[in-house]
Design a protein around this ligand. Sequence first.
Ligand SMILES: [Zn+2]
Ligand SMILES: [Zn+2]
Length: 366
Amino acid sequence: MSSLRQDPLTGRWVIIAAKRQGRPNDFRRPGRAEEDLCLRAAPQADCPFCPGQEHQTPPEVMATGRHQGGEANSPGWQVRVFPNKFPAMQAQPMLLDDPDQTADPLLRPQGDAIGGHEVLVCCPGHQESLASLTVDHLAQVLFGVRERVRILGQEHTNARYVLVFGNHGPEAGATLAHSHLQIITTPVVPILVVDQMANFIRHDEVAGSCLLCDTLESEESAKVRLVSCNPGWVAVAPWASRFAYEMKLIPRRHAASMLEATDSELHHLADLLKVCLNRLLGCSPNVDFNLVFHNAPVASTAGSGYGNEKLDALMDASGPARELFHWHLEILPRLSRLAGFETGTGFAINSLPPEEAAARLRPEGI
Ligand SMILES: [Zn+2]
Ligand SMILES: [Zn+2]
């Protein structure tokens, strides 16, 4: 029987179509085009992210692991960060077309796409993945992410949001196989973040508590959607999962952004991330996925405009509203492609109920 579920955090609707559910094998990733296989098996010599190819990337802005005296932009690193060679956001303003040339005010440019766009290469090994790295190495990756989020948010005075995400595999949008994350600042607070912020505020007004803190409590009590947990974090298959084997990783301690996370909390996150990714790969070998960090908007409101008025009005009305945000991560496996219904409605259809996904993903005895 199908059911309609609404994600209390984003407001998005999902159809859980259990009747469409097939055998476990039906959730294997779809067949690949030949070029996809080439991407996955890209030889190390052609990879700009491999040690020894540092000259192929813009100069690094951060690297860990080199011995003292090791030269920048040379091998020996463990985690390496540099500006994206093909950025979605430009560091400098570009000349816009004269807006007066466009008669329709709705079609005028809202401003330059100015911001930072960096690549964080997670490890020197070309064949490694986030799931295969040690917990200590994954923690180093997360420390690097936290540092670059902090610096990019400060350097780009127009930044209203800093997005961190990873595309693993071609179905998830990766164009290079070597494991990496991307960090982008935008002068626009994404609609999705505005919606989440609004729901945190609304829940606080109605219940006097945090939506995700409450979710943590109820999911730990119900257990049916619980995937794994440790002293710092809980992973659940969300009630309104859009994708088969979708997971949400939530820190136990309420904090608006990963900037507030302690080293110990990030170490616990590294531990949980490794567990969750390996469980996912155990259920669906070679699955492609996106990893998305959800943080509160940047504290500064310097970059107003760009349609941020809705969020600014919300924040103004609610005092320290930003602190109501509860940061978290999502693992979004890409086992099916968006079809007409999804693009036409914004709804997702998920044929693997999260309760069933969690049962497959969780270890015995949790
Ligand atoms: Zn490589
Ligand atoms: Zn909370």
